[in-house]
Design a binder for this molecule. Structure first.
Ligand SMILES: [Zn+2]
Length: 325
Protein backbone atom coordinates (compact mmCIF):
# COMPACT_ATOMS: atom_id res chain seq x y z
CA UNK A 1 0.00 0.00 0.00
CA UNK A 2 1.14 3.51 -0.77
CA UNK A 3 0.74 5.34 2.52
CA UNK A 4 0.83 8.67 0.65
CA UNK A 5 -2.80 8.00 -0.17
CA UNK A 6 -3.56 6.82 3.37
CA UNK A 7 -7.24 7.48 3.96
CA UNK A 8 -8.95 6.09 7.06
CA UNK A 9 -12.49 5.85 5.60
CA UNK A 10 -11.34 3.67 2.67
CA UNK A 11 -9.01 1.29 4.55
CA UNK A 12 -9.77 -2.39 3.89
CA UNK A 13 -11.59 -4.08 6.78
CA UNK A 14 -10.09 -6.99 8.72
CA UNK A 15 -6.52 -5.95 8.00
CA UNK A 16 -3.28 -5.26 9.85
CA UNK A 17 -0.36 -3.43 8.29
CA UNK A 18 2.66 -1.28 9.09
CA UNK A 19 4.80 0.79 6.77
CA UNK A 20 6.43 4.10 6.02
CA UNK A 21 4.77 7.33 5.06
CA UNK A 22 6.89 9.82 3.06
CA UNK A 23 6.33 13.42 4.19
CA UNK A 24 9.10 15.41 2.51
CA UNK A 25 12.39 15.21 0.67
CA UNK A 26 15.78 15.49 2.38
CA UNK A 27 18.78 17.50 1.22
CA UNK A 28 20.76 14.27 0.75
CA UNK A 29 18.32 13.08 -1.89
CA UNK A 30 16.46 10.82 0.53
CA UNK A 31 13.08 11.29 2.15
CA UNK A 32 11.70 12.10 5.58
CA UNK A 33 9.44 9.16 6.44
CA UNK A 34 7.15 8.44 9.38
CA UNK A 35 6.29 4.93 10.61
CA UNK A 36 2.56 4.13 10.58
CA UNK A 37 0.78 1.06 11.97
CA UNK A 38 -2.90 0.29 11.61
CA UNK A 39 -5.38 -2.46 12.39
CA UNK A 40 -8.91 -2.56 11.02
CA UNK A 41 -11.40 -4.85 12.70
CA UNK A 42 -13.65 -7.41 11.11
CA UNK A 43 -16.53 -5.26 12.39
CA UNK A 44 -16.83 -1.48 11.96
CA UNK A 45 -16.68 0.71 15.06
CA UNK A 46 -14.82 3.65 16.59
CA UNK A 47 -11.56 5.01 15.18
CA UNK A 48 -8.78 5.49 17.74
CA UNK A 49 -5.70 7.48 16.73
CA UNK A 50 -2.54 7.21 18.88
CA UNK A 51 0.63 9.25 18.34
CA UNK A 52 4.05 9.43 20.05
CA UNK A 53 7.36 11.30 19.75
CA UNK A 54 5.66 14.55 18.82
CA UNK A 55 8.70 15.69 20.79
CA UNK A 56 11.76 13.82 19.51
CA UNK A 57 13.28 13.06 22.93
CA UNK A 58 10.25 11.28 24.45
CA UNK A 59 10.52 7.51 24.12
CA UNK A 60 7.79 5.79 26.17
CA UNK A 61 5.18 5.90 23.40
CA UNK A 62 7.72 4.88 20.75
CA UNK A 63 8.02 1.59 22.63
CA UNK A 64 4.38 1.28 23.75
CA UNK A 65 2.83 1.62 20.27
CA UNK A 66 4.46 -1.50 18.72
CA UNK A 67 3.49 -3.36 21.90
CA UNK A 68 -0.17 -2.34 21.44
CA UNK A 69 0.02 -3.27 17.74
CA UNK A 70 1.33 -6.73 18.61
CA UNK A 71 -1.64 -7.32 20.95
CA UNK A 72 -4.47 -6.20 18.64
CA UNK A 73 -5.74 -8.60 15.95
CA UNK A 74 -8.34 -7.75 13.28
CA UNK A 75 -10.70 -10.59 14.24
CA UNK A 76 -11.01 -9.36 17.83
CA UNK A 77 -11.22 -5.64 16.98
CA UNK A 78 -14.28 -3.47 16.42
CA UNK A 79 -13.36 -0.34 14.48
CA UNK A 80 -9.99 1.05 13.45
CA UNK A 81 -6.71 1.66 15.28
CA UNK A 82 -4.16 3.99 13.62
CA UNK A 83 -0.83 4.75 15.32
CA UNK A 84 2.20 6.93 14.53
CA UNK A 85 5.01 5.96 16.97
CA UNK A 86 7.37 8.72 15.77
CA UNK A 87 5.65 11.90 14.57
CA UNK A 88 8.64 14.23 14.65
CA UNK A 89 11.26 12.12 12.85
CA UNK A 90 13.78 14.97 12.33
CA UNK A 91 13.72 15.72 16.08
CA UNK A 92 13.83 11.99 16.93
CA UNK A 93 16.91 11.45 14.76
CA UNK A 94 18.67 14.27 16.60
CA UNK A 95 17.28 13.23 20.06
CA UNK A 96 15.86 16.75 20.43
CA UNK A 97 12.50 18.10 21.58
CA UNK A 98 12.04 20.28 18.48
CA UNK A 99 13.02 19.81 14.85
CA UNK A 100 16.63 20.68 13.95
CA UNK A 101 15.46 21.18 10.35
CA UNK A 102 13.15 24.19 10.83
CA UNK A 103 13.56 24.83 14.57
CA UNK A 104 9.83 24.30 15.23
CA UNK A 105 8.13 22.53 18.13
CA UNK A 106 5.57 20.16 16.56
CA UNK A 107 3.31 20.59 19.60
CA UNK A 108 3.00 24.34 18.90
CA UNK A 109 2.14 24.38 15.19
CA UNK A 110 -1.09 22.36 15.00
CA UNK A 111 -3.26 22.24 12.90
CA UNK A 112 -0.26 22.82 10.61
CA UNK A 113 0.05 24.21 7.09
CA UNK A 114 -0.09 22.33 3.81
CA UNK A 115 2.58 24.55 2.22
CA UNK A 116 4.60 24.96 5.42
CA UNK A 117 8.01 23.75 6.53
CA UNK A 118 8.44 20.07 7.43
CA UNK A 119 7.12 20.39 11.00
CA UNK A 120 4.02 22.30 9.81
CA UNK A 121 3.44 19.70 7.09
CA UNK A 122 3.61 16.83 9.58
CA UNK A 123 1.03 18.64 11.76
CA UNK A 124 -1.19 19.25 8.73
CA UNK A 125 -1.03 15.62 7.65
CA UNK A 126 -1.87 14.33 11.15
CA UNK A 127 -4.77 16.80 11.48
CA UNK A 128 -6.31 16.20 8.05
CA UNK A 129 -5.62 12.49 7.53
CA UNK A 130 -5.91 11.18 11.09
CA UNK A 131 -7.59 13.52 13.61
CA UNK A 132 -10.38 14.53 11.22
CA UNK A 133 -11.51 10.89 11.10
CA UNK A 134 -10.89 10.01 14.77
CA UNK A 135 -13.54 9.04 17.32
CA UNK A 136 -10.94 9.38 20.07
CA UNK A 137 -7.29 10.48 20.20
CA UNK A 138 -4.38 9.72 22.55
CA UNK A 139 -1.02 11.54 22.30
CA UNK A 140 1.81 9.84 24.25
CA UNK A 141 4.30 12.34 25.70
CA UNK A 142 6.76 12.44 28.60
CA UNK A 143 9.08 15.02 30.13
CA UNK A 144 11.75 14.32 27.52
CA UNK A 145 15.34 15.19 28.29
CA UNK A 146 14.58 18.57 29.88
CA UNK A 147 11.61 18.11 32.21
CA UNK A 148 10.76 15.76 35.05
CA UNK A 149 6.99 15.10 35.25
CA UNK A 150 5.18 12.32 37.13
CA UNK A 151 3.42 9.61 35.13
CA UNK A 152 -0.03 11.00 34.38
CA UNK A 153 -2.95 11.12 32.00
CA UNK A 154 -4.09 14.60 30.92
CA UNK A 155 -7.69 15.17 29.91
CA UNK A 156 -10.06 17.98 28.85
CA UNK A 157 -11.96 19.18 31.94
CA UNK A 158 -15.24 20.56 30.59
CA UNK A 159 -18.94 19.86 31.18
CA UNK A 160 -19.54 19.50 27.41
CA UNK A 161 -19.56 16.24 25.46
CA UNK A 162 -15.87 16.32 24.47
CA UNK A 163 -14.83 16.96 28.09
CA UNK A 164 -17.04 14.24 29.54
CA UNK A 165 -15.80 11.66 27.02
CA UNK A 166 -12.20 12.75 27.66
CA UNK A 167 -12.63 12.32 31.45
CA UNK A 168 -14.23 8.88 31.03
CA UNK A 169 -11.35 7.89 28.75
CA UNK A 170 -8.80 9.16 31.29
CA UNK A 171 -10.38 7.08 34.05
CA UNK A 172 -10.28 4.01 31.78
CA UNK A 173 -6.65 4.68 30.73
CA UNK A 174 -5.64 4.30 34.36
CA UNK A 175 -2.46 6.32 34.99
CA UNK A 176 -1.79 7.04 38.68
CA UNK A 177 -2.43 10.79 38.23
CA UNK A 178 -5.33 12.45 36.38
CA UNK A 179 -4.71 16.05 35.32
CA UNK A 180 -7.68 18.02 33.97
CA UNK A 181 -7.31 21.12 31.78
CA UNK A 182 -10.13 23.63 31.20
CA UNK A 183 -11.07 24.91 27.75
CA UNK A 184 -9.79 26.74 25.84
CA UNK A 185 -6.53 24.79 25.68
CA UNK A 186 -3.33 26.61 24.72
CA UNK A 187 -3.23 26.73 20.89
CA UNK A 188 -0.98 24.69 18.60
CA UNK A 189 -1.13 21.43 20.52
CA UNK A 190 -2.23 18.10 19.10
CA UNK A 191 -5.04 17.97 21.67
CA UNK A 192 -6.16 21.53 20.89
CA UNK A 193 -6.43 20.56 17.18
CA UNK A 194 -8.44 17.47 18.17
CA UNK A 195 -10.69 19.56 20.43
CA UNK A 196 -11.25 22.01 17.56
CA UNK A 197 -12.50 19.07 15.48
CA UNK A 198 -14.80 17.92 18.31
CA UNK A 199 -12.66 14.82 18.98
CA UNK A 200 -12.19 13.87 22.66
CA UNK A 201 -8.51 13.42 23.48
CA UNK A 202 -5.99 12.46 26.14
CA UNK A 203 -2.25 12.91 26.46
CA UNK A 204 0.31 11.34 28.77
CA UNK A 205 3.33 12.53 30.68
CA UNK A 206 6.07 10.55 32.47
CA UNK A 207 9.49 11.28 34.00
CA UNK A 208 11.35 10.66 30.73
CA UNK A 209 14.89 11.97 30.96
CA UNK A 210 16.03 10.46 27.69
CA UNK A 211 15.01 7.05 29.04
CA UNK A 212 11.73 5.15 28.94
CA UNK A 213 11.13 3.39 32.27
CA UNK A 214 9.68 -0.10 31.58
CA UNK A 215 6.82 0.60 34.00
CA UNK A 216 5.84 3.75 32.09
CA UNK A 217 5.92 1.81 28.80
CA UNK A 218 3.63 -0.78 30.46
CA UNK A 219 1.35 1.95 31.83
CA UNK A 220 0.98 3.53 28.36
CA UNK A 221 0.53 0.16 26.60
CA UNK A 222 -2.11 -0.98 29.11
CA UNK A 223 -3.66 2.50 29.04
CA UNK A 224 -4.27 2.44 25.27
CA UNK A 225 -5.70 -1.10 25.48
CA UNK A 226 -7.89 0.01 28.42
CA UNK A 227 -9.29 2.93 26.37
CA UNK A 228 -9.99 0.52 23.49
CA UNK A 229 -12.00 -1.67 25.89
CA UNK A 230 -13.76 1.42 27.22
CA UNK A 231 -14.70 2.44 23.65
CA UNK A 232 -15.99 -1.08 22.90
CA UNK A 233 -13.20 -1.75 20.38
CA UNK A 234 -11.90 -4.75 22.35
CA UNK A 235 -13.68 -7.28 24.56
CA UNK A 236 -13.35 -6.95 28.32
CA UNK A 237 -13.36 -4.20 30.91
CA UNK A 238 -10.57 -1.67 31.46
CA UNK A 239 -8.27 -2.54 34.37
CA UNK A 240 -7.05 0.94 35.36
CA UNK A 241 -4.28 1.53 37.89
CA UNK A 242 -5.36 3.13 41.15
CA UNK A 243 -5.52 6.94 41.10
CA UNK A 244 -3.25 8.64 43.64
CA UNK A 245 -3.85 12.27 42.60
CA UNK A 246 -6.53 14.14 40.68
CA UNK A 247 -5.15 17.54 39.64
CA UNK A 248 -6.47 20.57 37.80
CA UNK A 249 -4.75 23.42 35.92
CA UNK A 250 -4.06 24.92 32.51
CA UNK A 251 -1.20 22.47 31.93
CA UNK A 252 0.61 25.07 29.83
CA UNK A 253 4.29 24.28 30.37
CA UNK A 254 5.22 27.41 28.39
CA UNK A 255 3.95 29.53 31.30
CA UNK A 256 5.71 28.33 34.43
CA UNK A 257 7.97 29.76 37.14
CA UNK A 258 10.99 30.87 35.12
CA UNK A 259 14.63 31.79 35.72
CA UNK A 260 15.24 35.54 36.25
CA UNK A 261 18.99 35.00 35.91
CA UNK A 262 21.25 32.47 34.21
CA UNK A 263 23.11 30.04 36.45
CA UNK A 264 22.94 26.68 38.19
CA UNK A 265 19.43 25.64 39.25
CA UNK A 266 18.76 23.34 42.18
CA UNK A 267 15.17 22.39 42.98
CA UNK A 268 14.48 22.30 46.72
CA UNK A 269 11.12 20.53 46.42
CA UNK A 270 10.12 17.15 44.98
CA UNK A 271 7.53 16.22 42.38
CA UNK A 272 4.01 16.07 43.85
CA UNK A 273 5.09 18.00 46.97
CA UNK A 274 2.47 20.46 48.22
CA UNK A 275 3.79 24.04 48.47
CA UNK A 276 2.48 27.44 49.59
CA UNK A 277 2.66 30.71 47.63
CA UNK A 278 5.99 32.46 48.31
CA UNK A 279 7.68 29.26 49.51
CA UNK A 280 11.16 28.67 48.12
CA UNK A 281 11.07 25.86 45.53
CA UNK A 282 14.61 26.20 44.19
CA UNK A 283 17.76 28.27 43.93
CA UNK A 284 19.94 29.61 41.14
CA UNK A 285 23.62 30.11 42.02
CA UNK A 286 26.74 31.33 40.25
CA UNK A 287 29.78 29.04 39.79
CA UNK A 288 31.16 30.23 43.16
CA UNK A 289 28.07 29.06 45.01
CA UNK A 290 26.68 32.57 45.55
CA UNK A 291 22.90 32.79 45.56
CA UNK A 292 21.56 34.67 42.53
CA UNK A 293 17.83 33.91 42.86
CA UNK A 294 15.53 32.24 45.31
CA UNK A 295 12.91 30.64 43.08
CA UNK A 296 9.56 30.96 44.84
CA UNK A 297 6.12 29.42 44.39
CA UNK A 298 3.74 31.72 42.46
CA UNK A 299 0.67 30.04 43.97
CA UNK A 300 -0.36 27.36 46.45
CA UNK A 301 -0.21 24.04 44.66
CA UNK A 302 1.29 20.67 43.85
CA UNK A 303 4.66 20.43 42.07
CA UNK A 304 3.85 18.87 38.69
CA UNK A 305 7.02 19.70 36.73
CA UNK A 306 10.66 20.31 37.60
CA UNK A 307 13.39 21.26 35.18
CA UNK A 308 15.96 18.48 34.92
CA UNK A 309 18.96 20.33 33.39
CA UNK A 310 20.77 22.33 36.07
CA UNK A 311 22.26 24.96 33.75
CA UNK A 312 19.56 27.51 33.10
CA UNK A 313 19.28 30.60 30.91
CA UNK A 314 17.09 33.62 31.61
CA UNK A 315 13.46 32.74 30.96
CA UNK A 316 13.91 28.95 31.16
CA UNK A 317 10.92 27.25 32.79
CA UNK A 318 11.94 25.77 36.14
CA UNK A 319 8.93 24.64 38.15
CA UNK A 320 5.21 24.30 37.46
CA UNK A 321 2.51 24.13 40.12
CA UNK A 322 -1.05 22.97 39.70
CA UNK A 323 -4.13 22.61 41.88
CA UNK A 324 -5.90 19.58 43.36
CA UNK A 325 -9.44 18.89 42.17
ZN1 LIG B 1 6.10 16.18 24.80
Amino acid sequence: MNFQDFDIPTLPRNHKQSGWLTVSTRADGGEWRLPLLYVTGRQPGPTLVVTAAVHGDEYEGVEAIPSVYEQVEPNSLRGTLVMLPICNMPAYEAALRSSPVDGLNLARVFPGAVQGSITQRIAYWITQRLLRHATFYIDLHSGGATYNIPTLIGYICDPGDVGQRSLAGARAFGAPILWGHPLPLAPGRTVSAATGLGVPSLYTEAPGGGYARPDDVRCFTDGVLNVMKHLGMLEGSPQPRATTHHLFGDGNLDQVIAADVAGYFRATVALLEEVKVGQRVGTIRDPFGNLLQNVCADQDGIVIMLRRFHRVHVGDGLVHLTAQV
